[in-house]
Ligand binder design. Sequence first.
Ligand SMILES: CC1=C(CCC(=O)O)c2cc3nc(cc4[nH]c(cc5[nH]c(cc1n2)c(C)c5CCC(=O)O)c(CCC(=O)O)c4C)C(CCC(=O)O)=C3C
Ligand SMILES: [Fe+2]
Length: 365
Amino acid sequence: MNRELSMSELRGASGLAEDVSYDAILVVGFGGPERGEDVMPFLENVTRGRNVPRERLEEVAKHYDHFGGRSPINDHVRDLIAALGPELKRHGVMTPVYWGNRNWHPFLADTLKEMEAAGVRRALAVVLAAYSSYSSCRQYREDIERAREETGAGAPDVDKVRVFYNHPEFVAANADRVREAMAKIEAAARPAFHVTFTAHSIPESMARTSRYEAQLLETCRLVAEEIGVPREGWSLVYQSRSGRPQDPWLGPDILDHLRDLKGRGTAGVIVHPIGFLSDHMEVLYDLDEEARLLCEEIGLPMVRSRTVGTHRGFVRMLRELICERLAGARSEERRSLGQFGPSHDVCPLDCCLPPQRPARAHAAT
Ligand SMILES: CC1=C(CCC(=O)O)c2cc3nc(cc4[nH]c(cc5[nH]c(cc1n2)c(C)c5CCC(=O)O)c(CCC(=O)O)c4C)C(CCC(=O)O)=C3C
Ligand SMILES: [Fe+2]
């Protein structure tokens, strides 16, 4: 069988009475700094072992400094959990909700220790990333495993909910956000506006080991369909490119795309960050500062649409993803739209493998 066995399958295979229940939910975030002195240590955590040049780090540090060293992302997760808890209770789910981040406090390892102390044996992780890639799937799982090792023998088992890019509630929530943005444009001008979906760029070597691009395109297509925008009326582009300039990353870059739209005589643009779940630093800086400034320079009217954030439908979807797992592996309720079907609960062994990093064979001359 070409996939990792979950603890429940292992227990099932051993013939022991199978307990498919989880005794905690673990929300897993990216993490972000909340004060100036945390910016550099945070950036070092994010980029450890990753081929990101020092100059890029210093540049990104300035983005954070621009906002007083505070990323809003942790507040967004606090708000999301504050909405998710009552939503679960309304549906009879009393399971406690914990929160741990990959790159900043509260760190996963600290949360797992707290969970162990509270007697949690088995947790269901809600990873706050909608699409599959090494960065947005496997790296979260690796970081959870590292945190479990750090916690020791008593660390809870952690399974992860499926990626939800094609969940009807996710598509509908994104469509709603684009409609909100459209409402800000005068009705007569609206049809001439282009809808530009943006996502975090990743190295092409990373894109090759996952379904990131295909999933993004699918979500864009489904959202465009829901809001009635024809194929020529929308584009998927990429933002927040990092890494070394000589390594190819997914494009087109949003800034080149905006210039191109202007060149084609487009009346205006709605920019929707479909690749992100909240209006965090990559949205506030790379879109609201950088892209907006360019649009002002070239005279292209731009409306930035909001991410799903705490949209009620998005919160409902998270509750549904949790409930379908609590209901047991054989649950028939796995909603999805489009051509790909619901993604797997348990990642196959080759899911979102790390990119092949260029290795230096001999000293550069
Ligand atoms: C696919 C993807 C998502 C979406 C899925 C998900 O949400 O997980 C995402 C989200 C985010 N990325 C974020 C921040 C950063 N990402 C960086 C760097 C990188 N991201 C990458 C990919 C992604 N990133 C990659 C391939 C790199 C290169 C280094 C590496 O190979 O890992 C860097 C380093 C500096 C730089 O930009 O060079 C920072 C600071 C924040 C927090 C914002 C805040 O603080 O408010 C969030 C939510
Ligand atoms: Fe990132």
